[in-house]
Write a protein that binds this ligand. Sequence first.
Ligand SMILES: [Zn+2]
Length: 74
Amino acid sequence: MDVKCVICDQVEQLKDDSIEAKKLRNRRMRMYLCSTCDERIAKKTKERHTTGDFHLYKNKSLNKSILKEKHPDD
Ligand SMILES: [Zn+2]
Protein backbone atom coordinates (compact mmCIF):
# COMPACT_ATOMS: atom_id res chain seq x y z
CA MET A 1 0.00 0.00 0.00
CA ASP A 2 1.09 3.58 -0.59
CA VAL A 3 1.46 5.85 2.39
CA LYS A 4 2.04 9.57 2.37
CA CYS A 5 4.17 11.37 4.91
CA VAL A 6 2.08 14.05 6.65
CA ILE A 7 5.05 16.40 6.89
CA CYS A 8 6.83 16.31 3.54
CA ASP A 9 4.19 14.57 1.41
CA GLN A 10 6.65 11.96 0.32
CA VAL A 11 4.94 8.78 -0.75
CA GLU A 12 6.43 5.53 0.43
CA GLN A 13 5.41 1.98 -0.11
CA LEU A 14 4.65 -0.41 2.68
CA LYS A 15 4.31 -4.12 2.25
CA ASP A 16 0.69 -5.05 2.79
CA ASP A 17 1.66 -7.59 5.43
CA SER A 18 4.11 -5.33 7.25
CA ILE A 19 3.42 -4.28 10.83
CA GLU A 20 3.20 -0.64 9.84
CA ALA A 21 0.64 -1.31 7.13
CA LYS A 22 -1.46 -3.35 9.53
CA LYS A 23 -1.36 -0.56 12.08
CA LEU A 24 -2.41 1.97 9.52
CA ARG A 25 -5.31 -0.16 8.42
CA ASN A 26 -6.52 -1.39 11.78
CA ARG A 27 -6.14 1.79 13.76
CA ARG A 28 -6.76 4.11 10.88
CA MET A 29 -3.69 6.07 11.79
CA ARG A 30 -4.01 9.46 10.24
CA MET A 31 -0.34 10.16 10.67
CA TYR A 32 2.37 8.51 8.72
CA LEU A 33 5.90 9.83 8.94
CA CYS A 34 8.57 8.85 6.47
CA SER A 35 11.86 7.69 7.97
CA THR A 36 13.46 11.10 7.37
CA CYS A 37 10.81 13.05 9.26
CA ASP A 38 10.57 10.35 11.88
CA GLU A 39 14.29 10.68 12.62
CA ARG A 40 14.05 14.45 12.62
CA ILE A 41 11.27 14.40 15.18
CA ALA A 42 13.05 11.87 17.34
CA LYS A 43 16.13 14.08 17.29
CA LYS A 44 14.14 17.19 18.18
CA THR A 45 12.47 15.35 21.01
CA LYS A 46 15.82 14.26 22.41
CA GLU A 47 17.25 17.76 22.08
CA ARG A 48 14.28 19.25 23.88
CA HIS A 49 14.77 16.83 26.73
CA THR A 50 18.48 17.43 27.05
CA THR A 51 18.14 21.22 27.08
CA GLY A 52 16.09 20.92 30.26
CA ASP A 53 13.11 22.79 28.91
CA PHE A 54 10.90 23.72 31.85
CA HIS A 55 7.76 23.60 29.75
CA LEU A 56 8.35 19.91 29.45
CA TYR A 57 4.99 18.74 30.73
CA LYS A 58 3.02 19.85 27.70
CA ASN A 59 5.69 18.73 25.28
CA LYS A 60 6.17 15.46 27.03
CA SER A 61 2.58 14.34 26.65
CA LEU A 62 2.59 15.41 23.02
CA ASN A 63 5.78 13.53 22.27
CA LYS A 64 4.50 10.55 24.13
CA SER A 65 1.38 10.35 22.05
CA ILE A 66 3.42 10.60 18.86
CA LEU A 67 5.77 7.87 20.00
CA LYS A 68 2.89 5.71 21.15
CA GLU A 69 1.21 6.03 17.81
CA LYS A 70 4.39 5.10 16.05
CA HIS A 71 5.71 2.40 18.38
CA PRO A 72 2.78 1.12 20.43
CA ASP A 73 4.63 -2.04 21.37
CA ASP A 74 7.56 -0.30 22.98
ZN1 LIG B 1 8.48 13.05 5.62
